[in-house]
Design a protein around this ligand. Structure first.
Ligand code: RP5
Length: 176
């Protein structure tokens, strides 16, 4: 089945609270950019454990291939989800609390051996990378995503060259 024929979500995005949304929206933006069907919701490992479990099971049952989970503070969301599924789980530590996301980073990345969570950087940059990482996983199955990823990387590279060229505009000699 091609990506265009895909009717249900390939990626499930979940976050612990609506206070995470501003950061986690970056993951959603990437999936929109790459036209990957996804669904997004809020569920908490601590406040709504049953809802989290039901959502996790449903995503896989309906054909989801990757889960992105973002949470702040004692961020157990990605780890709990990983405990309940064989899908790859990408964790995003959110910098919402007084420890600026270092708490969430440790909670997300320090999984016990046996239950991996692919942990991204703290905050919106990590959420963006989570979206891209999900696309890279899906590109193994959908060749059109591989094409789009190559174009994306070429654009990134062009952007660097443009920035270097602008150094001349502010008086620096551009050697490369
Ligand atoms: C975590 O606690 C959530 O992921 C959020 O980052 C944090 C605070 O949640 P709220 O008190 O803003 O709802 O579980």
């Amino acid at each position: 089945m091609s990506l265009q024929e895909q009717k249900t979500a390939l990626v499930g995005i979940v976050m612990g609270s609506d206070s995470d949304l501003e950061k986690m929206a970056e993951a959603a933006k990437v999936l929109e950019e790459f036209e990957v069907p996804f669904e997004i919701t809020i569920s908490s490992a601590h406040r709504s454990p049953e809802r989290t479990l039901t959502w996790t099971k449903r995503i896989k049952a309906e054909g989801g291939k990757v889960i992105i989970a973002g949470a702040g503070r004692a961020a157990h969301l990605a780890g709990v989800i990983a405990a309940h599924t064989t899908l790859p789980v990408i964790g995003v530590p959110i910098d919402g609390g007084p420890l600026n996301g270092v708490d969430a980073l440790y909670a997300t990345v320090q999984m016990p051996p046996g239950i991996p969570v692919g942990t991204m950087a703290i905050g919106s940059g990590g959420a963006r990378n989570a979206g891209l990482f999900a696309v890279q996983i899906l590109a193994l199955q959908f060749p059109e995503l591989e094409e789009k990823l190559l174009a994306y990387k070429a654009k990134l590279s062009d952007g660097v060259a443009e920035k270097a060229a602008r150094l001349q505009e502010v008086g620096y000699e551009n050697y490369f």
